[in-house]
Design a protein around this ligand. Structure first.
Ligand SMILES: [Zn+2]
Length: 146
């Protein structure tokens, strides 16, 4: 038996890949439909056309523990060195409030609900994205007052 956080992260990664491969039916964590028809496409290698699609797929990757995807879609300039799957946080839902794009820059404002230590919490962020060579990247976020 394996134990510890690293085994947990790998397991989540494997279960994600299994879902992508088998096309297992199930709702997408981002709430926009079937996983395989929604963020599963991007986790499987398709490129999001809009920053909102990237935002949704990054949220779903957090929810599924697919930290490689989170890392790969983070702009190299602002990407953290060490990204660990936070198994304490259970992501409960995503609400996109605003998406505005101008050329190769975009902002997406969202609210995400999650549970930490049994307590429901909410995160409200305005994220900035840039597109380089046809690929959208997350740059950074600010936290507007409610
Ligand atoms: Zn989705």
């Amino acid at each position: 038996m394996e134990s510890g956080g690293r085994a947990g992260g790998r397991k989540a990664e494997e279960s994600l890949m299994a879902r992508v491969k088998t096309g297992a039916a199930g709702p997408c964590p981002c709430g926009a439909g079937e996983y395989v028809l929604c963020c599963g496409r991007y986790h499987g290698g398709a490129l999001p056309e809009t920053a909102e699609q990237l935002m949704r797929s990054r949220y779903s990757a957090y929810a599924l523990g697919s930290m490689d995807y989170v890392r790969d879609t983070w702009h190299p300039r602002t990407r953290p060195h060490d990204l660990q799957h936070d198994t304490e946080t259970k992501w409960l839902g995503l609400e996109i409030r605003r998406h505005a794009a101008a050329g190769n820059e975009a902002v997406v404002e969202f609210a995400a609900r999650y549970k930490l230590n049994g307590r429901a919490q909410r995160m409200h962020e305005t994220s900035r994205f840039v597109r380089e060579q046809g690929r959208w990247f997350y740059v950074d976020g600010s936290f507007p007052e409610d």
